[in-house]
Design a protein around this ligand. Structure first.
Ligand SMILES: C[S@@+](CC[C@H](N)C(=O)[O-])C[C@H]1O[C@@H](n2cnc3c(N)ncnc32)[C@H](O)[C@@H]1O
Ligand SMILES: COc1c(-c2ccc(O)c(O)c2)oc2cc(O)cc(O)c2c1=O
Length: 357
């Protein structure tokens, strides 16, 4: 008989670990349920810590659900989505945490639309077929394996999904703009024009145009994204097209959450088209990339590195994309003909890369 490789204590520990992993989906469902119920908004509206009975009343939870709701809130507090404190009279009261602040519907930095998108079946379902996908000789990504077509085709065909996708991305852009305009404004200082390639509904471009009225901003995206835009802001130009064919000319090209959607060869092609669109470095030409650098995180919060790895699986499943470490970025930049770059780790798990021709 083979020797036992692990102690019983190690296996008992591992048992709890595997259980925890198998319940991972329940964390996502807790998040989804808090959004559906609007718990954060009710707490915000109340303006002070809330007792469970006040919360159930404001949320219209019927008495038959008081006990399960109490247990649900206990888990949400453990997950730090909400906080609970005991007041002087001994009553337990619930409050917002920084995480639940991001889930408020009408806050500038709300990422509720992005979370709603991520938890939508169209985004999640293909992660259920990773096993069959790994074993099959199929060349496309898991999303294509599951739906028979790519995510951009689905967005082009289904206006509802296109809207949800663009709103999700726009909410992230609002969040990122807030951080960029306070902590790394200098990235845009001195530029005369910027084209946001794959710029979606134009939140980044509008925010840059607002913060730097001297910069002429263009949003460039697929025609189905540009054509469905209802409020095209004056002062910002909107152009539909394909970044693999050509990119509108500007001083600088912004690529936010674009390159992680594509494989190395595709990234080189996109960057070559972007390089053709900008002037030499001496004349102010540069590419501004907002994406992840694997291994680089500004805050060592509990799960920053794990989140980066999970993001890598997300972009692998949805797009054949990849989150990259600095060495991998470096190789792509060199292959696309760029000579120098500067990385600023500014946004938790994401970075700004200024890339020079
Ligand atoms: C992940 S989203 C990022 C959107 C935006 N930059 C942001 O961060 O909120 C990728 C964007 O690339 C656009 N896109 C995909 N393929 C493209 C192509 N061939 N040419 C131009 N844009 C494209 C999509 O329509 C989508 O808006
Ligand atoms: C991996 O990027 C992250 C996304 C994302 C989702 C869908 C896309 O098409 C993307 O291009 C990116 O979404 C989230 C959402 C979060 O709440 C946290 C994250 O870290 C991310 C991503 O990193």
């Amino acid at each position: 008989m083979a020797e036992m490789e692990f102690t019983t204590a190690e296996l008992v520990e591992a048992h709890a670990q595997v259980w925890n992993l198998s319940f991972g989906y329940l964390k996502s469902m807790c998040l989804k349920c808090s959004l559906e119920l609007g718990i954060a908004d009710v707490l915000k509206k109340h303006g002070k810590p809330m007792e469970l009975s006040e919360l159930t009343s404001a949320l219209s939870v019927p008495p038959s659900k008081f006990e399960p709701f109490d247990r649900f809130m206990t888990t949400l507090v453990h997950l730090e989505l909400f906080a609970k404190k005991q007041d002087d009279s001994g009553a337990k009261k619930y409050m917002l945490t920084p995480a639940s602040h991001l889930l408020l519907k009408d806050e500038a930095m709300s990422i509720t639309p992005l979370i709603t998108l991520l938890l939508d079946p169209t985004m999640c379902d293909s992660s259920n077929v990773l096993g069959p996908w790994f074993k099959s000789p199929y060349k496309g990504n898991p999303f294509e394996f599951y739906f028979g077509k790519g995510i951009w085709d689905v967005a082009g065909e289904k206006p509802q999904f296109n809207k949800m996708f663009n709103e999700g991305m726009a909410s992230d852009s609002k969040f990122v703009c807030n951080v960029v305009m306070t902590s790394c404004r200098d990235v845009f200082k001195g530029l005369k024009s910027v084209v946001d390639v794959g710029g979606g509904t134009g939140i980044m471009a509008r925010s840059i145009a607002h913060a730097f009225p001297g910069i002429k901003c263009t949003v460039f995206d697929l025609p189905h994204v540009i054509d469905t835009m209802e409020d095209q802001q004056p002062g910002v130009a909107y152009v539909g097209g394909d970044m693999f064919a050509s990119v509108p000319h500007a001083n600088a090209v912004l690529l936010k959450w674009i390159l992680h959607d594509w494989n190395n060869e595709e990234c080189v092609k996109i960057l070559q088209r972007c390089k053709e669109a900008i002037p030499p470095r001496a004349d102010g030409g540069k590419i501004i990339i907002i994406d992840m650098v694997i291994g680089a995180v500004t805050n060592k919060h509990v799960c920053a590195e794990e989140t980066q790895l999970l993001c890598d699986l997300l972009v692998m499943s949805l797009y054949s994309g990849k989150e990259r470490n600095e060495r991998e970025w470096h190789n792509i930049f060199l292959s696309a003909g760029f000579t120098d770059y500067k990385i600023t780790h500014f946004l938790g798990i994401r970075s700004i890369i200024e890339l020079y021709p």
